[in-house]
Design a protein around this ligand. Structure first.
Ligand SMILES: [Mg+2]
Length: 460
């Protein structure tokens, strides 16, 4: 029995599709995981295995930029700003990645690693627009869709075989529809848990579909690097290396109690993950269930460090507006507002404040973050980066606000108008900070750090 069935999705040719569906057939028949007759013959396969898809857009920001400027296709492209700017890379094309360029790397470092790269400014409004199209396609396949970031989502496809066919066939259908509706490529990982789906979509990249047959999870994971497990970062990797563990298989062979002893609760979760289970943190929740580990944040790195109070505060205003807008888009109210402040020497502090009542209003977010800033910034000290984050959110239609009723409604109406203008004319068209020195391009990361699977479960 094969561990998995992997297919590269054809570009578009019709006969390719026929060829691919043969592979689908063979893969499925060999594995027998959706056929009830052969399922009963396989002892480890539960009667109705969960079928989770992890759909991840390929080089999303770059691909969206290519739609607007096809001459970028196939070239080393860095999205996020110009080569001499101080910000960081939002996304890199596959040819640029070959030179070691990746997101969150300083733009100037990227320029050194890959001097021939084309640097383009990011367009968050374009990415959001495409992300909405992606979401629409996904919801036409399953009612249980959870966007894990702007360009990736989990779908619970359990019980959809009658409608969409067996997993690989459904995935190919989804892949094709995604291409038709968005002109974008994605990769799809299929597994019996979110963890397996996520790990397999990474292995399927780019533009592939990979299904891990139920019962074969451990065999699939064993040869992979421990870093392939979501949540295992550099720090955990080095801890594990010290124990002589470099592959997931090494990890799976360890006693659960040993991992628990060394790493506590997180060690237990790690043991579960090594077996392919959804264990620890957000992986525990069902697809589509509310998880409170999420946050929305925006940051700005200055091209020149600054200690100018009005510039710094108007930046905070712009960041608050951006966060507020995202909250309103997601129909969330946040209770915790956090300031991130990085000085010239890279010393970084974060300070958070929890509000008595949750909010999604720019002005309320700004007021909190400015208070935190005034309390914690040492006047005169040069600032390199500012960030505003909103978290612990609640999905509620109506909230008692810090502002009294009528005033709050007027704010809401005004913000709704501003949001519509921004939709039409771009993110910086309307701003309370306009005219001040806080104007700058919005930066967004394809896979921001605060989202599920991005280090939330790390012990440090
Ligand atoms: Mg992606």
């Amino acid at each position: 029995m094969p561990v998995h069935a992997r297919t590269k999705v054809p570009r578009c040719a019709r006969d390719d599709i026929v060829f691919e569906s043969n592979i689908v057939q063979r893969g499925a028949l060999r594995s027998g995981c959706y056929n009830s007759a052969s399922m009963s013959a396989a002892p480890h396969v539960p009667a109705f295995p969960r079928t989770i898809f992890h759909v991840d857009m390929d080089a999303f920001f770059v691909s969206v930029e290519e739609l607007y400027d096809p001459s970028l296709k196939g070239k080393a492209v860095v999205v996020g700003g110009q080569r001499d700017e101080r910000g960081v890379v939002s996304a890199a094309s596959y040819p640029a990645r070959k030179f070691g360029v990746h997101s969150a790397l300083p733009l100037r470092t990227a320029a050194k690693l890959c001097p021939q790269a084309i640097f383009v400014d990011g367009h968050p409004e374009r990415y959001r627009e495409c992300s909405e199209k992606v979401f629409k396609v996904l919801t036409s396949f399953s009612p249980q869709v959870e966007m894990a970031s702007i360009d990736e989502a989990y779908l619970d496809m359990t019980g959809t075989a009658r409608l969409h066919g067996p997993p690989l066939k459904a995935a190919h259908k989804l892949h094709q529809r995604m291409k038709d509706e968005t002109q974008l490529n994605c990769s799809i990982g299929i597994g019996s848990s979110r963890l397996i789906a996520k790990v397999s979509s990474a292995q399927a990249k780019p533009n592939g579909v990979l299904w891990i047959v139920p019962g074969e999870e451990s065999r699939f994971l064993a040869p992979l690097d421990v870093r392939a497990i979501p949540g295992v970062g550099k720090v955990m990797e080095s801890h594990l290396h010290q124990l002589g563990i470099s592959r997931v298989g090494d990890l799976a062979r360890l006693e659960e109690s040993e991992l628990e002893e060394r790493f506590g609760k997180w060690g237990l979760a790690l043991a579960g993950k090594a077996r392919g289970e959804d264990a620890g943190g957000w992986f525990d929740a069902e697809v589509g269930a509310d998880t409170d580990a999420k946050s929305i944040s925006h940051e700005h790195t200055y091209n020149e460090d600054t200690a100018d109070t009005s510039q710094l505060e108007s930046t905070l205003m712009r960041l608050s507006e951006m966060v507020g807008r995202r909250l309103r888009e997601a129909k969330f109210h946040a209770r915790t507002i956090q300031l991130k402040l990085r000085y010239k020497d890279f010393t970084t502090i974060t300070r958070a404040h929890t509000l008595p009542a949750p909010t999604q209003l720019d002005g309320e977010i700004f007021e909190q973050v400015r208070t935190l800033f005034r309390k914690n910034w040492k006047p005169g000290r040069q600032v390199r980066l500012l960030g505003v984050q909103a978290s612990s959110w609640e999905k509620q239609a109506e909230q008692i606000s810090l502002l009294e009723g009528g005033k709050q409604q007027r704010w809401k109406d005004a913000l709704a108008v501003a949001d519509r203008l921004r939709d039409k004319f771009g993110e910086s068209s309307v701003s309370l900070a306009a005219g001040l020195r806080g104007g700058f391009r919005e930066r967004t990361h394809e896979n921001p750090a605060g989202l599920p699977g991005k280090g939330k479960t790390k012990p440090e």
